[in-house]
Design a protein around this ligand. Structure first.
Ligand code: 13P
Length: 256
């Protein structure tokens, strides 16, 4: 049985301590004792310590939006995995479409970072997703398969089960609405089948696959009963505590 999980990356939308503390406090008050669903928040690096303090004693976990590709050394401007671990992060987001398109991150880098996460006991949330060009050229399946292989191959079989695959169709990020329920259901099923074919059935049954890309309270309601959707990865619509709570509750099916 896969436990549901809902998380939010604040990206660089939240860019001050004031905003971060108001939002973290609101989320802690509303969702701090949530047990049915795993929850995580990924703030910008300098906000992690404060977020950690705000979530102390709650069930809300936190993590980083990225880590460096190397463990230590001359990597100006990068953040080492060891510090992320020492800050007591639980999760690390990897391979986000924005990192790929704006900062030239590659599949190879993601695979190395997954290895670093395993070494340091952090759970990677690995983003995968096709572009609209992939759809036009009828190669979405191939793109997803390649990304899944890179995400999982560099991990031990036991660690693979912990990795979270975040399906984020690139064309659905930053839009007014998420992809349709039918499209998401179909693609999540395909992702699980790809994991089964390239790895094994046990892993495909255990691995959590979450959806991201313009997730709103309405999306959460629609996806709450879709078998292969184990969670949600929220962006802009999670930047108000009330909205984020609504998304979590809708995904639990509470407003049915
Ligand atoms: P939006 O929900 O703002 O589209 O962001 C999605 C996302 O990329 C989450 O990581």
């Amino acid at each position: 049985m896969r436990k549901k999980i809902v998380g939010s990356s604040w990206k660089m939308h939240i860019n001050s301590f004031d905003e971060a503390s108001t939002l973290a406090q609101g989320i802690a008050e509303r969702l701090g004792s949530e047990e049915e669903v795993d929850l995580f928040i990924l703030p910008a690096f300098p906000l992690i310590t404060m977020t950690k303090a705000m979530f102390y004693g709650t069930n809300i976990k936190f993590g980083a939006q990225n880590i460096a590709v190397a463990e230590k050394g001359a990597h100006t401007g990068e953040v080492p995995v060891k510090l992320v671990k020492e800050l007591e992060c639980a999760y690390v987001e990897l391979n986000h479409a924005e990192r790929r398109s704006m900062y030239n991150e590659t599949d190879e880098m993601t695979a190395i970072k997954v290895g670093l996460c395993e070494q340091y006991g952090l759970t990677p949330i690995v983003c995968i997703g096709e572009t609209s060009e992939d759809i036009e050229r009828d190669r979405s399946r191939m793109t997803l398969r390649t990304q899944i292989l890179w995400a999982l191959e560099n991990a031990s079989p036991a660690f693979r089960e912990q990795i979270i695959l975040a399906y984020e169709p690139v064309w659905a990020i930053g839009q007014a609405e998420s992809a349709s329920k039918e499209y998401i259901a179909k693609t999540h099923k395909m992702i699980r089948e790809l994991v089964k074919a390239d790895f094994n059935e046990d892993l495909s049954n255990k691995i959590r696959i979450i959806y991201g890309g313009s997730v709103s309270p309405e999306t959460a309601l629609q996806l709450s009963d879709v078998e292969d959707v184990d969670g949600l990865f929220v962006g802009r619509f999670g930047l108000q505590a009330e909205n984020f709570e609504k998304i979590v509750n809708n995904f639990k099916g509470e407003s049915r």
